[in-house]
Design a protein around this ligand. Structure first.
Ligand code: OXD
Length: 306
């Protein structure tokens, strides 16, 4: 069995060593143009040439959470696209989002600024009931985030394409319920997959439906958000702020208005990192299952886009 590794911006050696240790019966190589084709491929943002050379590929294992970059390419016919299920990402995502929401809700930035000036300040506690949080996307990551927010007693709403049930979370489903979902929330957390339907979904019209003083946490894709629309709503005061981990262009270009905006916190696409050992163990288990002809979790539907 031949497994090839083709991950842009990722150091190959530790992955190759880990895959070889987990699957000693396999030949594991880093892809080079013109190399013999493989049965399984571990990828992140591979070039089209890589896919064009893979005749006989059974499965493509994407080592990030989102498969949008992969699905933009022309895939070998019949290949299975497999995403990581959790693999240590959902707890990181829950940490990141709860940190962002609590930091805003508890006004920790304000306290930090006061302390920096030597001020012992007091702010009236905000009411949790006034800060309903909406989670867009209730997949593995979104569900974990919604549950974690419930642990802090925030009222939590969820929105997904198809109906979902998460204990303690008011779940809304389908485009018909999108507006009522948005108008129920003051804080909005985006965890949607990027598809043609969700491109630009965070825009002036949709964000304006949030309760006044709205706050956005975007941890999905930069192309979900219309940057200028967020800036306009922050300037008008309808929105209070945003924490953004993902951007239309990454790295975020020098001079972009988000870098220094006083109401925006920027992080460098770090909300939930791929954990190598967990991911290798999961991918190896799935390769063995596929070789035995057993079903596996995490299959992507290329038409649906996630
Ligand atoms: C992603 C990731 O898909 O970081 O964005 O895993």
């Amino acid at each position: 069995m031949h497994i090839t590794f083709c991950c842009t911006d990722t150091k190959a050696e530790p992955w190759l060593a880990g895959l070889r240790a987990a699957l000693p019966q396999a030949t594991v190589t880093a892809w080079q143009a013109g190399a013999p084709p493989a049965e399984h491929a571990v990828v992140w943002a591979p070039p089209q040439q890589f896919l064009d050379e893979q005749h006989g590929l059974k499965a493509l294992f994407n080592i990030g959470a989102g498969v949008d970059a992969l699905l933009k390419l022309k895939l070998p016919p019949g290949v299975k696209v497999v995403r990581l299920d959790d693999a240590g990402m959902s707890v990181q995502m829950a940490e990141y989002v709860c940190h962002a929401v609590i930091r805003h809700f508890r006004e920790f930035d304000g306290y930090e600024a006061d302390v920096a000036e030597g001020k012992w300040s007091y702010r009236k506690p905000r009411l949790r009931a006034d800060y309903p949080v909406g989670v867009m996307g209730l997949g593995v990551l979104g569900e974990r985030v919604a549950r974690a927010l419930r642990q802090f007693d925030f009222p939590v709403h969820g929105w997904s394409r198809t109906p979902k049930a998460v204990e303690g979370v008011v779940c809304h489903a389908g485009i018909d319920r999108f507006d009522s979902f948005l108008s129920s929330c003051r804080v909005l957390v985006n965890l949607l997959p990027l598809t043609p339907e969700t491109h630009d979904i965070l825009n002036r019209k949709t964000l304006a439906r949030l309760l006044p003083g709205g706050y956005l946490v975007n941890v999905a894709r930069g192309a979900h958000l219309v940057d200028d629309d967020l800036l306009a709503l922050l300037d008008s005061g309808h929105m209070a702020g945003a924490t953004l981990d993902v951007f239309r262009t990454e790295p975020l270009p020098a001079g972009h208005a988000f870098w220094k905006h006083p109401k925006i916190t920027v992080t460098p696409h770090t909300s939930a990192r791929t954990l190598r050992d967990e991911s290798i163990a999961q991918i190896a288990g799935k390769i063995l299952a596929l070789e035995r002809g057993d079903p596996i979790a995490g299959l992507v539907d290329p038409v649906r886009g996630y």
